[in-house]
Each structure stands twice: as C-alpha cells, then as structure tokens.
Design a protein around this ligand. Structure first.
Ligand SMILES: Nc1ncnc2c1ncn2[C@@H]1O[C@H](COP(=O)(O)OP(=O)(O)OP(=O)(O)O)[C@@H](O)[C@H]1O
Ligand SMILES: [Mg+2]
Length: 391
C-alpha cells in the first residue's frame, strides 16, 4: 500500500464539474463529524461540456473560478471526477492470480474489453470474487482515457487548484451514499496525485492499490441490498447499481432535467424559468396533474433505459432485481419522479441527502435551502469525503 494512502487529509475540496452546474465544497474532517467549511456553485452553459468531454475550456474554467469565488475557498487540493463515454467500468473474468500479478496481466485482458488503444488508458481494478471456479476470478475493471484524466487535471490547475484526486463521478456518488447510509468509506478513485505544489509536467498517477472496497465492506451482517443510485443530472441520468460497496453496473441514460424542462415548456406553455422552477418541485400556478403526466412520460424513458441492466442482473443469476432506489442530482425533486420509479419497480425509494451526515453553518448555502440543494451535492460530497481514505 502506498504511504500516502495511510495519511488522513484534514480537509479536501470536492469539485463536481457537472455539465450544467459546477459545485465546489470544502470539508474539514479533523473532528468527529465532517464540517462543510465552504460552498459555492456556478451555472455552466450546456455546450461547454458534452458527454463528459470538455468542449469549451475557457467557459469551464470561468465557471470553476466563479463557484470557487462564491465559496471563498483557499487554493488547496481538489478531488474531482470524470464521467461519460470515455470512462469504462466493466466486470470481467480472468485466470485466478494474485493481485500483484493481476496488476500486470490486466493490461492484456483490458485490450479485449476497452475500445481504446491500451497505451492511451489509465486502468484500475478491484477483485470482486477471487475464486469463481474453473481457475477463474472476477474483477471490476475501470478504465479511462489518459488524455481525459490529464486534461481534467490540467483544467483544475488552470483554475488555480491542485488536482489531488481524479475519480469517477458514479463512484463518488456511491461514496456519498455509503457514507450517508453509515456503511463506511470506500476508496476507488481512478487516479491520485500527491498533494502539494505541482510541477507543470506532473502526471496524474494511476491510483495504485485500491482493490479493497469489498474487503472493507465492514458489516457483513447487513442485508445485501441491490441499490440503484439514479443521479438525474442536467443532461444525463447515471445509473449506478451497487451491493455491499461493490458496483455492479454503471451506465448513462440520455435523459436529464433538461428533457423534463423542455416538455414542461412545450406542453404547458411555460417560460424556461417557470419550467425550471417546476422541475425543482415548485408547482404554484401550474396544472399539477399535467406535470405528473409529463414526469411519468419522460420518466418512463429512465425506466425503460434501466431495463437492460436489470435483465442482465436477472439472467446472470445475480439478483432478482433492485431492492431500493436512491434519487440524486438536480432532477431528484422532479414532482412525482421518485414515486413513479418506486411504483414501477415496487421497491422503497429515497432522495439522497448527503448533507445529513455533515455539519455546516446555517447560512453557508445563502438563499438556497440546504434540503433542496442536498441531492445535487452527492458527487461533490462523495469527492470531498475522499480525504478520509485510510489504508
Ligand atoms: N437548487 C438548484 N440549483 C441549481 N440547479 C438546480 C437546482 N435544483 C434543480 N436544479 C436543476 O438541476 C440541473 C443541474 O443538476 P445537476 O447539478 O445534477 O447536473 P450536472 O451535475 O451539472 O449535470 P450532469 O450530471 O448531467 O453532468 C440544473 O440544470 C437545474 O435545472
Ligand atoms: Mg452531475
């Protein structure tokens, strides 16, 4: 285990560079309960980041600076995350071997599973099942384009911060949920650099030996639920299915808050502002029945998009289905969406509340109601909580 994993950072800035909103949140974890010391967010025009790829660097840097200025955060270490098609998370089967040997062999194996040149990617993995019979073991493979990780780190540097951790957004979401659910902390970032001043040519090192989330899954007594974490973001919904700290699936569906807002505008004849307010749960002066119909109709695309993942879980004999839905992201408060999804699957559901496990001054979020904001902050909080990584 690398030495730097053993050190517990006292504080870390989580920086979620979403396609619609950049969020910056600093956590101080030196006490018993983490304290949010700084928070700020800034809107990003949807064309600046598309499918996780940066289209307009200047716009993104501007939004990072705006969010950081609002937060008033010091220029410290940042944990951020990549997402989208350039990040691949996949379960694979390979010959049984030690973790050390697997670290070498994984590059040969990955070649069959990743549609990019193997020299161009950063790889990490986690042994899920060390023995599945016939001399085979099961791994979770995480691959991201090196160039993308480096670009992301460079962007954060250009905005004036030190990129200490580049994670995967869906894993950060999982981290926040596990923390909130009291399940402890799990570390599986894709890449980590040493904190501190960075030379210009610094490379983000692949995060070495992280493959212990399953071992860390502390309370073996707790029932093994398949939890579907659904992050309904500005443009996409990330579906991340986990059990006992182990991700089973991660997939982006091309439906986000924007699609609901567009339908509210079209079908209810609303201005963008009013439609966006409806998406946040404000139903004053609108036909709530119709809003419900639209939410169910657009939401059915999320439901249908989930089906292939769930069928796979069923046919592979891993699960009968999901046991719980946790909604997060800017779409979590879409009127009736949580109820619609819960009814469709006949499972309990909840709206993620990552702020619940943290302390903060009452005025930290300004005019925003922390309760309304909380589901937007799952990835941000999950990133800021990475400071507590301990070997
Ligand atoms: N309190 C809020 N502040 C800002 N936006 C909100 C709020 N509540 C809901 N929204 C809506 O949520 C959207 C942003 O959601 P979120 O922050 O989850 O997206 P993102 O992370 O930027 O996008 P993605 O995850 O798709 O890259 C906004 O476009 C807005 O319509
Ligand atoms: Mg997001």
């Amino acid at each position: 285990m690398f030495g730097f994993l053993k050190r517990k950072r006292k504080s870390l800035i989580g920086m979620d560079i979403g396609s619609n909103v950049v969020k910056v949140l600093r956590l101080d974890a030196s006490g018993d309960r983490p304290v949010v010391t700084h928070f700020g967010m800034a809107d990003l025009p949807p064309e600046a980041i598309v499918d996780g790829e940066i289209m307009d660097r200047e716009l993104v840097i501007e939004a990072i600076r705006e969010a950081a200025d609002k937060a008033g955060v010091p220029a410290e270490s940042v944990a951020s995350a990549v997402s989208g098609r350039a990040v691949i998370v996949k379960k694979i089967v390979m010959d049984k071997m030690s973790e050390e040997d697997a670290r070498e062999a994984i590059y040969w194996e990955a070649e069959q599973h990743v549609p990019f040149d193997i020299d161009d990617i950063t790889l990490d993995f986690q042994i899920l099942q060390p023995d599945i019979g016939a001399g085979q073991m099961e791994l979770l493979l995480v691959a991201a384009k090196k160039e993308m990780i480096q670009n992301w780190a460079e962007l954060i540097r250009d905005a004036g911060f030190h990129p200490a951790i580049i994670d995967v957004a869906s894993f950060a979401n999982q981290n926040a949920w596990e923390y909130a659910a009291g399940g402890g902390l799990h570390a599986a970032p894709v890449a980590e650099t040493e904190p501190g001043p960075s030379p210009d040519d610094e490379e983000v090192e692949p995060f070495g030996e992280t493959g212990e989330a399953a071992d860390d899954a502390d309370d073996a007594e707790s029932p093994s639920e398949f939890v579907a974490l659904l992050d309904v973001g500005g443009g996409v919904t990330n579906v991340h299915i986990v059990r006992d700290g182990v991700p089973y699936f991660t997939r982006d569906l091309p439906i986000g808050v924007a699609h609901f807002v567009e339908e509210f505008q079209k079908q209810l004849g609303l201005t963008y502002e009013t439609a966006a307010a409806v998406a946040r749960g404000h139903l004053e002066g609108v036909d709530s029945q119709l809003v419900g119909d639209i939410v169910r109709s657009v939401g059915s695309e999320i439901y249908q998009g989930l089906e292939p993942s769930l069928s796979y879980l069923k046919t592979s004999g891993e699960a009968d289905g999901i046991d719980r839905i946790v909604l997060s992201g800017g779409g979590a408060h879409l009127p009736g969406l949580r109820e619609y999804l819960a009814d469709s699957y006949s499972v309990p559901s909840e709206i993620a509340d990552p702020l619940a496990g943290l302390d903060y001054a009452p005025d930290l979020f300004g005019d925003d109601d922390p309760h309304a904001l909380s589901p937007l902050l799952t990835v941000t909080v999950g990133l800021a909580l990475r400071e507590a990584v301990e070997a």
